[in-house]
Ligand binder design. Sequence first.
Ligand SMILES: Cc1ncc(C[n+]2csc(CCOP(=O)(O)OP(=O)(O)O)c2C)c(N)n1
Ligand SMILES: [Mg+2]
Length: 561
Amino acid sequence: MNRHTCSQAMIEQFLADGIHLMFGNPGTAEQGFLTTLHQYPEFRYILCLQEAVAVAAADAYVRATHHPVVVQLHAGVGLGNGIGMILQAATCNSPLVVIAGEAGLRYDALQAQMYADLVSMAKPVTKWATRVVDTGSVLRVIRRAVKVAMTPPVGPVFVCLPADIMESECQQEVISTTIPVTSNLPEYSILEQAARLLQDAEHPMLIIGDGVAWSGAQDALQRVAELLGAEVWGANSHEINFSFRHPLWQGELGHVFGSKSSAITRQADAILIVGTYVFPEVYPNLSNVFAPGAKIIHIDLDAYSIGKNFPVNLGVVGDPKLTLNALANILENKMTPEQKSAARQRTEKISQIKDQKLAKQNEQDHAQREDVPVAFSRFMEELSKVLPSDVVIFDEALTASGTLTRYLKPHLAGYFFQTRGGSLGVGLPGAIGLQLAYPDRLVIGFTGDGGGMATIQALWTAARYKLPAKFVIINNASYALLKVNVLQYWREQRIPAQPLPEFYNLDTPCIDFVGMAQAMGVPGARIETPDQIMPGIKRMLESRTPFLLEVVTTEDIPDFN
Ligand SMILES: Cc1ncc(C[n+]2csc(CCOP(=O)(O)OP(=O)(O)O)c2C)c(N)n1
Ligand SMILES: [Mg+2]
């Protein structure tokens, strides 16, 4: 007689929750539930040849779909390999359901081959980490994992699955998981208070993060920014929270040095923070981040991130979309004609300064147009002319990212995703995750030679599943970002200039990305001179398969940070 095992029931539970994908790298400890997968053709397994690839591809998929997905890792060794990327998912609020198998509860006391305390390993990098220890609780635990992952602040969870539990007969019923609705709106009087703190400001500022995109609050945010005539800065803002084309968008505050962002934020006399925490840099300033007397308001669904590091005048737990729309209505009604006119003048001035800066950058790009190896700006200039408007981009271009966004000017929510959380190697798997989320759209992932080498196996997964994602590797033969950062560090620490460490160079031996791609079944082309740019781009865009473009560009240290 056919038994209905907990392994089968778990897959049925995932399906009941609308989860149809599992990114993974298999092992013997997982053979029980993995060998049941063929019974569920609607459930797809995406084989990744390194755990970092599986987690990063899943992360991108989740960012595009706002829906949880499963990552299967193999026991302690596989979990260990995936942990860096899981940490990134935790830092940046990605609801991944990570599972790993183990030999079985009955072997615990033997501490045999592959034995590890998986829950302790996963705990510091997840919202919730647990182990199923009872056959009657498998589905309850899986449902709780999905619920915890999806409850704001969303984030990754981990479930350890001992084989003897998973192979036992399942008596539980599959029922879809309850995800609490959190689209709540704060009291009107609280929002009036927020409006009062903001509307008088002469230098208002908005600091925003990906909580805006998660809540779909872009339009509401734009209304508030325009009403106030406020500069909009990103802090952990790696999706389209605000259009790059809008005159008020000023870019990211920075991700390494607090000295840079504080110089900006201290200029404001009122700051509205939404959907992020401040300040997510590697070396944030410990004090003096706001001007004395500046009014600070913080709106987020995540109470923990409000006033986390610095006190604020008003902290509000609320759904960004509903809250910002209500705030915009109040500002619309309560702002005086003089305040509205001052806001329009500010917008005008901010817009002019932005245009001037852009004109200067375009001039610099122009001077490099004929450079060999090619300037990345020349490549982007040509690419941006021929890309369809609904192209989906994953940007791990790092030191080239400023140039990339200057030419693409991303503005559509759900079409542009940047690396976040600091883990190198998300660009190639990111394109795979996005292509699975958007099977019919053109998807391009950008990464550097450093990022590309970190997860190069991702190309094989693209070829295996015939995912027509495109990959652009910006090969500057170096870890340029580390060079930029060490120069800044020397300046700040007054360390005399000295030769850059040789281990920031990737030039010896020179890496052949096209050769590597071909070895994994992905065709490609190399661009070194300006006349090779358009033919290379055409080949990439016309190909119906995955395709890799290697853009060999200057090793000069870019103007960055
Ligand atoms: C897993 C991991 N290892 C190391 C680093 C440190 N790191 C940050 S940027 C970088 C170099 C990136 O090089 P590349 O992708 O070529 O981009 P470029 O800096 O040249 O623009 C390194 C090694 C990291 N962030 N994550
Ligand atoms: Mg590089």
